[in-house]
Design a protein around this ligand. Structure first.
Ligand SMILES: C[S@@+](CC[C@H](N)C(=O)[O-])C[C@H]1O[C@@H](n2cnc3c(N)ncnc32)[C@H](O)[C@@H]1O
Length: 246
């Protein structure tokens, strides 16, 4: 019997992996934390079968440890009688409460077998949603930017937990970055993509930012296709000819 940490993906229920869906449907007990995870999971298993696993948003260390111990005990008990699915938004190993649960299980219930099923993380899903290409050869860093924090340094940054977009944007602009925000990406009918932080004044939790240093040097082999000769029909069809025809 196994505890599966299953990544649900960024919001759209269709972005759950096939393996995640198979294990979720087969689990004897399903735990989810938060409304959003519950509603995505409910697209795959009956809502009434999903149990809430509570992870409080607090800075009180003792309260947090108590919640993790309680969650680990519930999961370990359920695991005595069957497979357990613990679903998390995105990927379970990327800035996720699942990490606290897994570490607590490792220490307090070392016999419990835990397996992680990766999900599409906002760490990569943002790129498709915002139309950003992280080109081969370039680097990108993940950081958190809660309460107006603005980490700087790398050429490209994905910032999670952006709760004060205006302050973060201001600081990043001063440090020489262009910034774009994505809120509730892949969540039906609710997505906001903007470079204007004034569109995001209410501090909604599911907001990330992509920051890129202004005037980055970019050279691609495909730049050659922009030359005049390359625009000719002859070159456009060249690849379809055999050697003998050229
Ligand atoms: C606790 S982290 C969870 C990350 C998740 N495990 C993942 O891999 O994407 C929550 C933060 O992830 C970002 N996030 C997750 N899903 C998102 C989405 N669909 N749209 C925008 N931001 C998202 C937000 O910055 C949010 O504050």
């Amino acid at each position: 019997m196994t505890v599966y940490g299953i990544g649900l993906g960024p919001g759209d229920a269709d972005l759950l992996t096939i393996e995640g869906k198979r294990l979720l449907e087969a689990a004897d007990t399903v735990y989810a934390s938060g409304e959003l995870s519950q509603s995505i999971a409910a697209d795959h298993v009956p809502a009434a079968t999903i149990e809430e696993l509570s992870f409080p948003m607090t800075d009180d260390d003792e309260q947090l440890r108590r919640a993790w111990r309680t969650a680990a005990r519930r999961v370990a008990e359920a695991n005595r009688v069957g497979d357990v699915a613990v679903v998390t938004l995105g990927d379970p190993n990327v800035y996720s409460t699942f990490g606290h649960l897994r570490r607590t299980l490792d220490v307090l219930y070392p016999d419990v077998e835990v397996e992680v099923i990766p999900g599409v993380s906002a760490a990569t899903a943002f790129a498709s949603a915002l139309g950003v290409e992280i080109e081969a050869g370039s680097g990108i860093a993940l950081r958190e930017a809660i309460d107006g924090v603005a980490p700087v340094g790398p050429d490209r940054l994905v910032l999670f937990k952006v709760t004060d977009a205006e302050t973060t944007a201001e600081k990043l602009a001063e440090a020489g970055y262009d910034v774009r925000f994505g809120r509730r990406l892949f969540m039906e009918g609710e997505t906001v993509i903007t470079d204007d932080p004034a569109d995001l004044t209410d501090g909604g939790y599911f907001t990330l930012a992509y920051a890129e240093k202004r005037d980055l040097d970019r050279e691609f082999l495909t730049d050659e296709f922009r030359t005049e000769e390359s625009q000719s029909d002859e070159l456009r069809t060249d690849e379809f000819r055999t050697e003998g025809q050229r």
